[in-house]
Design a protein around this ligand. Structure first.
Ligand code: G6P
Length: 360
């Protein structure tokens, strides 16, 4: 590849470290001279005209879509459904009267997503693509594009493109809210600046992540990731990262669902990573941790500054409660990276996986 790793042993680590710059680049790219959000008028109009948004994506981009649904519903008040592209394609849901489709794709070339785009364009609907590759197939064939500005992502496991997707989705949600005259107690560009600094702090302190990976994960064949609300979606992504590159069987669970099945899997020393960044859910998720500890699990609680309890393994710097996924995913990425390294896996090119999957 003509993109150099420089002094980095792996593209993945380089791309994790680039994340603060990616966020700062997005802040610049989506800002007018007057400091206001810069978005094409046609996109604003499409967001105003729709009665329901359908987000369609695969893999990590799908996980970004789950968080994006929260942003758009909570800030702009438009209902959002999030679909896995391959499922949507062959089991199309009933559509609303004025649907708008949002495709999220790092590469812009994923065949499963493209198959849906072709279908909905044939049906006469409008589509917006969020992609890291403007000019890609999904960008060209959609009506509108929002670029991610993350720079080329080489490692198969997606990192910086995910947080770029989240940042652009947050900007889109705020812009749509404002276009509808809703007042938000939220300056997105300022808050994203705080996020960039928080990610930088995490990237400057990797030792603890390496320790967690070595102690918790390197000798186990399975791992749990527990979260509630927006933290649950980050747990899905954390578990995907770990399985992709370390081949450890990992699953993200909604805390409340534990008792309905997954808790049966807990054995002595099962590693359980629990994420708590949302004040109103904190007691509940900590209750779930007690349940698994009572069955012998080995917990690793990741909380946020200002919410830490004794015994928490790691604390992320405080950011706006809506934007925590952009920061809380970073320890997950790093834990996965070090677990894979410890197990001697090929971090940048995991077995059986491709960076962009151009077959359905
Ligand atoms: C592949 C990659 C994943 C990625 C997914 C969707 O499976 O290995 O990392 O999340 O495709 O890719 P896209 O380019 O559409 O975001």
């Amino acid at each position: 590849s003509d993109i150099e790793k420089g002094t980095y042993p792996h593209y993945m680590l380089k791309e994790i470290d680039e994340q603060p710059f990616v966020i700062r680049n997005i802040i610049q790219q989506y800002q007018n001279e007057d400091g206001n959000l810069k978005l094409e008028e046609s996109i604003r109009q499409a967001m105003k005209d729709t009665d329901r948004i359908y987000i369609v994506a695969c893999g990590t981009s799908y996980h970004a879509g789950l968080v994006g649904k929260q942003f758009i519903e909570k800030m702009a008040g438009i209902p959002v459904e999030v679909h896995i592209a391959s499922e949507f394609c062959y089991n199309m849901p009933l559509l609303s009267k004025k649907p708008l489709f949002i495709f999220i794709s790092q590469s812009g070339e994923t065949a499963d997503s493209r198959a849906v785009l072709v279908q909905v364009k044939k049906m006469g609907y409008k589509a917006l693509t969020l992609t890291n590759v403007p000019g890609s197939t999904l960008s060209r064939e959609a009506d509108y594009t929002l670029p991610l500005y993350a720079g080329p992502e080489i490692a198969v496991a997606s990192t910086k493109a995910y947080i770029a997707q989240l940042a652009v989705l947050a900007i889109l949600a705020v812009d749509t809210a404002r276009a509808q005259g809703l007042s938000l107690d939220f300056e997105p560009l300022k808050e994203l600046g705080i996020v960039a600094n928080a990610i930088e702090t995490l990237c400057d302190n990797k030792d603890e992540m390496k320790k967690i990976a070595d102690e918790f994960l390197s000798t186990h064949h399975n791992a749990f990731f527990l979260g509630r609300g927006i933290d649950f979606y980050v747990c899905l992504e954390g578990a995907l990262k770990l399985k992709e590159i370390s081949y450890i069987q990992a699953e993200g669970f909604a805390g409340g669902e534990l008792k309905h099945g997954p808790i049966a899997l807990i054995e002595k020393d099962t590693p359980v990573v629990a994420l708590s960044t949302q004040k109103q859910l904190d007691l509940n998720i900590r209750g779930n941790v007690k349940e698994v500890v009572a069955r012998g699990a080995n917990p690793c609680i990741i909380s946020m500054e200002g919410m830490e309890n004794e015994g928490d393994r790691f604390t992320i710097p405080a950011v706006h409660e809506m934007l925590t996924p952009l920061v809380s995913v970073v320890p997950m990425q790093l834990i996965s990276y070090y677990a894979a390294l410890h197990r001697g896996c090929d971090v940048d090119k995991p077995r059986n996986l491709a960076k962009s999957v151009t077959v359905e």
